[in-house]
Design a protein. Sequence first.
Length: 76
Amino acid sequence: MNELSEIFAFATCQRNRIPVNLFLLLCLNVLLAPAVQAATPGSESRFPAYTITLLGLVTLSLCIYLFVVIFQPERF
């Protein structure tokens, strides 16, 4: 239980925010890429599936960021 609290404290630390977010983004990409590969017809390689999934995740994260910036401008 103590290790879990240390991991949570590491993840919520302000100076570790970018590496943790990148790691979570890559993990989500690994989970979503097979679904994208299955949905694209005639794709033999995994590279296009991973790039399409990464592009979608970056677009989604940018939309969420802009939504927060528009509705909570005092935080920025």
